[in-house]
Design a protein around this ligand. Structure first.
Ligand code: TYM
Length: 321
């Protein structure tokens, strides 16, 4: 089984990224041939500051390694180190119906959130299709917001196969964990950098405290029962607490007698405890920048060898070269 997924280096990783994609990706690296990459070409659709993009790429590499990505098991690389993605993207774009892209909600959401509409932003799903198809991936672990993009990838692959020969490209499947398909942010909406409602994976302790203690709650008095449905405190606690501690918090909501301040303190403690081991590992990796460079260089070499082969197959089928 070949597994592939990517993350955009558009800011610091947040726990929506972790529970929506990274945790599954880390498990899957034990089960098959995994390819994970830093989607820096994609981030160019929203970041036009070279220094900033480079520093985000580096942070993402360090963060993912700190969380347990094992370069002995997974091929970990920077997308732009494999420019073959872009060539395949162009070829795919020539069979991609406009209507398919016009239906993509992520483009509309991003424009509504203030990202400038550009051709790159509109064509983003075609590049994503190339990312996936160039590795003949079987499985793509993602959060729910990327589901449509994997479906578009399948549609494009089908179109390519109909046009240039059955079996040319492999059809991938999204792998979405039901319980963490949409991780809520501090305000209950989907956690996302564009909504300014994130908890970063490596949030400084003071900032973490401020964010969690600042979660908006209703004015139910301490002694009264509190709503379980729609509580972002409970939804986040479920991710980081043990099942027994989570059940206890549900009971305390239902029974009343415990205030929101207390629930927030429990959430704060469980969040810091959950990410503490990663934090230690992150410090060690940060102290060894040559290690990160080496991992990405080796990953690029391995990824490129696979990508070149697929691209050669496609170039041959379409009549290039
Ligand atoms: P990106 O960088 O926005 O997010 C990375 C991964 O995190 C997941 N995610 C979430 N999951 C659950 N709840 C949330 N609140 C949440 N926020 C983010 C995303 O679903 C994603 O899996 N287009 C992709 C990057 C990409 C890619 C690819 C992915 C480029 N090429 C090829 C897979 C295959 C993106 O912008 O993800």
């Amino acid at each position: 089984m070949r597994i592939l997924s990517g993350l955009q280096p558009s800011g610091r990783l947040h726990i929506g990224n972790y529970f929506g994609m990274m945790q599954a990706a880390l498990h899957l690296q034990e089960e098959g041939e995994a390819y994970y990459f830093i989607a820096d070409y994609h981030s160019l659709t929203s970041i036009h500051d070279g220094k900033l993009l480079r520093s985000h790429v580096r942070d993402l590499a360090i963060d993912f390694l700190a969380c347990g990505l094992d370069p002995a098991k997974s091929v970990f690389f920077r997308q732009s180190d494999v420019p073959e993605h872009c060539e395949l993207s162009w070829i795919l774009s020539t069979v991609t119906p406009m209507g398919l892209l016009e239906r993509c909600h992520s483009y509309k959401d991003k424009v509504a959130n203030g990202i400038k509409p550009s051709h790159g932003l509109f064509a983003y799903p075609v590049l994503m299709a190339a990312d996936i198809l160039i590795y003949d991936a079987d499985v793509v672990p993602v959060g729910k917001d990327q589901k449509q993009h994997v479906e578009v990838t399948r549609d494009i692959a089908i179109k390519m196969n109909e046009t240039f020969g059955e079996g040319l490209l492999k059809l991938p499947l999204p792998r979405i964990r039901e319980d963490t398909a949409v991780v809520p942010g501090l305000d209950g909406q989907k956690m996302s950098k564009s909504y300014d409602n994130t908890i970063q994976l490596f949030e400084e302790p003071a900032a973490l405290k401020k964010k969690i203690m600042g979660i908006k709650t209703d004015s139910t008095p301490v002694e009264s029962p509190k709503a379980v449905e729609g509580s972002s405190i409970l939804a986040l606690y479920k991710l980081v607490a043990s099942p027994a501690d989570y059940d206890q918090m549900v009971q305390d909501h239902l029974n009343g007698g415990v205030g929101y301040g207390d629930f927030k303190k429990r959430l704060l403690q469980a969040t810091s405890d959950f990410f503490a081991p990663f934090r230690e590992k992150r410090a060690a990796i940060t102290a060894d920048p040559a290690y990160v460079d080496r991992v990405l260089a080796e990953g690029a070499e391995k990824a490129r060898a696979v990508a070149r082969k697929t691209l050669a197959r496609v170039r041959d089928a379409v009549g290039l070269g």
